[in-house]
Design a protein around this ligand. Structure first.
Ligand code: GLY
Length: 406
């Protein structure tokens, strides 16, 4: 099978899941008409997702952003613009607008961007990459504008204020003055800094991002390339004071979304730097996850690879979506056998996320796309629920998959 036909076949099977694909249609995967068929199926998948997001849009109170939905009480949980997930809803709308051309999604994204605008000056959070790059970053990529560019540059400046040269990292959570907490999730905020150097030519952002990536590589990872969630540094000396978890099952466990953030973050850092050390790091993380004995056959991880009650532990669809999107990008940077392995793993994830167990039936799930994610199990919040970032990376992965097929 040619490369294109192979990719189309994978795409077809992934997108098929949300619709009624028959086995005779699957057999058609060996023939030329498949290309057309798979494109049509991808389009209908994005169209269906866009319609589902209109359900969410209709429920959203003025001035608020969606976080999750609780089926039992039929209640939508929302946040203000300062919460770390605020950029995902407009980001997903923009991705779906790109795929469908549906102006209602663009208008809703633009409305919400106005709510987020003030966060460009927020220096109290490290999450500006999530909040601003997934929202304004996508808006600027689709329709570049001086206003968007300025908002993004101000956001990069605000994020930079949290960098401590002694530690060599960006502070994640504010805490006691003698502590300096950095979480693996913070790797996701570096893309904003790399972008800022690219557009301004000011290498300071790049240097800061690379220093953070190096410090994280040194201290967050164990010999098997799993990562701790939180490292507590001494802000005056840079020494490591503690290695622990906040959202994982135990300090020494591999919290699934944390592993996915690391995988995505080092893949994106390799994209920006072309430094082989980051590519190797991303591959080692991917291999840790994919070869883990507790990764189920459908490759949707349990919320923690070391969760105490596997196989009865909840799965985390959001970790799976992030992983799929990262693996699709990583597959473009590695030799052929590894590339096939990563693509095939991503396809397996997308196929399962797109089937009934994980993908919500139209009009249900409060308008979110995916079911069965875990936000913070030890905190007793957001367990087995839809999450706005699960949807964002799921759509991103489907888009990446479609692009590979093209
Ligand atoms: N950044 C927080 C989380 O992944 O839940």
């Amino acid at each position: 099978m040619s490369k294109n036909l192979y990719l189309n076949a994978l795409l077809f099977s992934a997108v098929c899941l949300s619709t009624a694909c028959s086995s005779s249609e699957n057999k058609a995967m060996t023939g030329q008409p498949l290309t057309q068929a798979s494109e049509t199926m991808a389009e209908s998948g994005f169209r269906e997702a866009a319609d589902q997001y209109k359900v969410l849009m209709a429920r959203l109170p003025e001035g608020r952003l969606p976080k999750t939905y609780y089926q039992k009480s039929d209640s939508l949980e929302t946040s203000g613009s300062g919460w770390w997930t605020s950029g995902f809803y407009p980001g997903t709308l923009l991705y779906l607008y790109e795929e469908t051309g549906d102006k209602a999604l663009l208008e809703e994204a633009q409305r919400v961007l106005q709510l987020l605008e003030k966060e460009q000056f927020n220096t109290a959070t490290h999450d500006l990459g999530f909040m601003m790059f997934d929202s304004f970053g996508n808006a600027n990529r689709i329709s570049p504008s001086p206003a968007y560019k300025q908002i993004l540059l101000n956001s990069a400046k605000s994020l930079s204020t949290r960098f401590n040269p002694k530690v060599g990292a960006i502070r994640s959570w504010n805490s006691k003055p003698e502590d300096f907490l950095v979480i693996i999730d913070n790797m996701m905020n570096l893309e904003l800094l790399f972008w800022a150097t690219e557009v301004t030519g000011d290498s300071a952002y790049y240097e800061l991002a690379v220093t953070h990536a190096n410090t994280t590589m040194k201290h967050h990872f164990r010999p098997d390339y799993s990562s701790y969630h939180v490292i507590n540094y001494n802000p005056a000396t840079g020494e490591v004071q503690q290695k622990k978890t906040a959202q994982g099952a135990a300090d020494a466990s591999a919290w699934a979304r944390g592993q996915a953030w690391g995988l995505y973050g080092y893949t994106a850092t390799y994209r920006a730097t072309k430094d082989a050390a980051y590519l190797q790091q991303a591959q080692q993380i991917a291999d840790f996850m994919l070869q883990h004995p507790n990764l189920p056959a459908d490759k949707i991880p349990y919320w923690d690879f070391n969760a105490p009650n596997i196989p009865d532990a909840p799965r985390d669809a959001s970790a799976a979506a992030i992983m799929a999107s990262a693996l699709l990008e990583l597959s473009q940077y590695v030799e052929q056998a590894k590339s096939q392995e990563y693509k095939s793993a991503a396809e397996t994830i997308l196929q399962h996320l797109s089937a009934d167990r994980y993908k919500a039936a139209p009009g249900t799930n409060g308008g979110f796309l995916l079911k069965h994610s875990v936000g913070h199990l030890p905190g007793g919040t957001e367990v087995d629920v839809p999450l706005t970032y699960g949807d964002y990376y799921y759509i991103e992965a489907l888009k990446r998959n479609k692009k590979l097929a093209e």
